[in-house]
Design a protein around this ligand. Structure first.
Ligand SMILES: [Zn+2]
Length: 248
């Protein structure tokens, strides 16, 4: 059992959230009970995750995608009211860490994705420096796409480059298609992220650097449970990761 503040302190020390200018608040997004025994982790604070966590006896939920984002209009209506109401009714704390959970050098989404694909980063890129880059583990784009499919269980959307052999691979989980140009500048022969938008296909053709969209959800399944398991062990809490399938 741990006090909520001790849990937050442990997470702050590990993830250093104050060092990030993020799209939403990191840390405690919704205050619940003070004593935490059981921690549930998940990717997104959806109603389905909140309900599953409550059924599992959670005192706190730790997610990558929380409830509140820059640009929201501040009204607690509809789906947002439902999620908030459910958490308050059951006195459950909601903790969210977005970019700090992507960035952590061992437990974060990028580090974990690299490890699963056999990629070892020897550099970082982008602003903030969330992108990872290192020597390729697969010789060709086709082999890399197969590795992604085998590891994540979904076929990536591939915008092929000029067919060059892969020496350097860059990656950044989530909606990091905007990092493609910094990946190219950092010397990547291929770049992996979650999503693709229209311009990246042209950039791939014109620069020769391949772009692989591997899904937003699947590569981000690793960070939250890794961090939650770490703090649960440190503080003597029980922990369960609840994975809810997402086609995106
Ligand atoms: Zn994300």
């Amino acid at each position: 059992m741990a006090d909520r503040d001790a849990l937050l302190g442990c997470l702050s020390e590990l993830l250093q959230p104050d060092g990030f200018r993020d799209y939403g608040p990191n840390g405690l997004q919704l205050e619940g009970k003070r004593e935490v025994r059981h921690l549930v982790s998940g990717v997104t604070a959806s109603l389905a995750l909140i309900d599953a966590a409550i059924a599992d006896g959670a005192d706190a939920i730790l997610v990558h995608h929380g409830l509140f984002w820059r640009g929201m209009d501040g009204r607690l209506v509809g789906w947002l009211r439902q999620r908030v109401a459910r958490l308050i009714a059951h006195d459950v704390n909601l903790l969210a860490y977005h970019l700090p959970l992507d960035a952590h050098a061992e437990l974060g989404n990028n580090a974990q994705l690299g490890a699963r694909l056999g990629l070892q980063a020897d550099g970082r890129f982008g602003e903030p420096a969330l992108g990872f880059i290192g020597p390729a583990a697969s010789a060709s784009l086709a082999a890399l796409a197969r590795d992604v499919q085998r590891t994540l269980g979904r076929e990536p959307v591939v915008a092929a480059g000029d067919g060059r052999p892969l020496r350097r691979v860059a990656w950044c989980t989530g909606g990091a298609q905007g990092y493609f140009e910094s990946a190219i500048a950092a010397g990547a022969d291929a770049f992996l992220t979650g999503e693709i938008s229209e311009p990246q296909a042209h950039l791939a053709r014109e620069t020769g650097v391949a772009f692989l969209a591997c899904g937003h959800h699947a590569p981000e399944r690793s960070g939250a449970p890794a961090v939650a398991a770490h703090v649960a062990q440190t503080l003597g809490l029980s922990h369960r990761f609840i994975d809810l399938d997402n086609p995106a």
